[in-house]
Design a protein around this ligand. Structure first.
Ligand code: P6P
Length: 339
């Protein structure tokens, strides 16, 4: 008998033994995982599947959409709309929310996702991924009279009931939390199923590795300049140790590295667009990644506040992100708050 634990068995045990998740949420997570398997297959085909390049359109962010951005979005919508576990969905690729059509039963959950994060890396064969977040619709009665609306989505990240990502890299790996730590599942392509390969993931509290786009250095605020400058001074500087740098320009890949070996990821506010708090989106990038990082013993702030405590006011609002090894995040945050 194989000792392999499938995603299904892990979720059934989370539901049965730990009482962590109701069956509707377990079903939702299994549907999302199946959708990620389909996206992985489309990504892996690359040029052979005619899915590279741009789609000739822009998303709500004003970003050029890649063909795979749209394919991934459609896969997630089609996989999740009929199951009866969702009231609505929201996506980086859609201006407004997608309410489950009346021809299908509605459930109590809201699913938010960035269907294919890091898509600028698609055409150069660098890891990309799907990020997802699950909230409960405000009222507990899924058949409530008032229709679901965008306001139902505007909940703090601390209200998430599940969060995760699937990274499409040398392996396809699903990383998930339902509030009981972080577990990683690697896709066994021969069986076609996700298999538990790590659980109780822990991020080291200290690190010697930072991730930031250094080309923006002249635009950063002083606290970020100070932190990075001290890292660059290495052993001779105030940190007394040398640092390494990584920047994959794919949040999923950078966060996966941090969950695997520690580090600090930063996409801070900068002067290029001063009216924008940051580049990354709060609801379907920063919130799910911040919960995963906290569940693994790390920390996540916007430089001043815990990201999961931020009250959203718009579905596609952006946020400054500093996340990863706890002691480094606390140091960067202290440089912002203790002026
Ligand atoms: P830059 C990808 O477009 C993304 O949203 C994140 O995945 C990534 O961390 C960041 O933007 C990269 O931004 O400005 O370095 O290309």
């Amino acid at each position: 008998m194989s000792s392999k634990i499938s995603l299904t068995r892990y979720l059934v045990e989370q539901q049965r033994i730990d009482g962590h998740i109701p069956s509707e949420l377990r079903l939702l997570l299994e549907v999302v995982a199946r959708a990620c398997k389909s996206i992985s297959q489309a990504v892996n085909k690359g040029a052979l599947g005619g899915v590279l390049g741009t789609a000739g359109s822009e998303n709500v962010q004003g970003e050029v959409q890649k063909k795979l951005d749209i394919i991934a979005n459609e896969v997630l919508i089609e996989a999740n709309e009929w199951g009866g576990h969702l009231a609505a969905m929201a996506s980086e690729e859609m201006d407004s929310i997608y309410v489950v059509p009346n021809r299908y039963p509605k459930g109590e959950y809201l699913l938010l996702f960035d269907p294919l994060d890091g898509s600028s890396n698609i055409d150069v064969n660098v890891s990309i991924g799907t990020i997802f977040s699950v909230l409960k619709k405000g009222n507990d009665d899924p058949s409530a009279v008032e229709p679901v609306c965008e306001h139902d989505f505007l909940q703090k990240g601390s209200q998430q009931v599940a969060a995760g990502y699937c990274v499409y890299g040398p392996q396809t790996t699903l990383v998930l939390t339902v509030g009981d730590g972080v577990a990683m599942f690697t896709l066994d392509r021969e069986q076609g199923s996700f298999v538990l390969t790590q659980e109780h993931v822990k991020i080291p509290e200290d690190t010697k590795e930072f991730a930031i786009n250094m080309s923006n250095m002249r635009h950063w605020d002083e606290p970020v300049k100070r932190y990075i400058d001290e890292c660059l001074q290495g052993k001779e500087g105030p940190r007394g140790k040398d640092f390494n740098m990584r920047w994959i320009a794919s949040m999923v890949a950078d966060v996966h590295r941090i969950l695997t070996r520690g580090g600090v990821f930063m996409y801070p506010w900068d002067k290029r667009e001063p009216n924008k708090p940051g580049k990354l989106r709060l609801m379907y990038e920063a919130n799910p990644m911040s919960w995963l990082v906290e569940q693994a013993g790390g920390a996540a702030t916007n430089g001043r506040q815990r990201i999961l405590d931020l009250q959203p006011s718009q579905l596609h609002e952006r946020v400054s992100v500093i996340l990863g090894s706890k002691n480094e995040v606390e140091r960067v945050t202290s440089y912002h708050t203790k002026v």
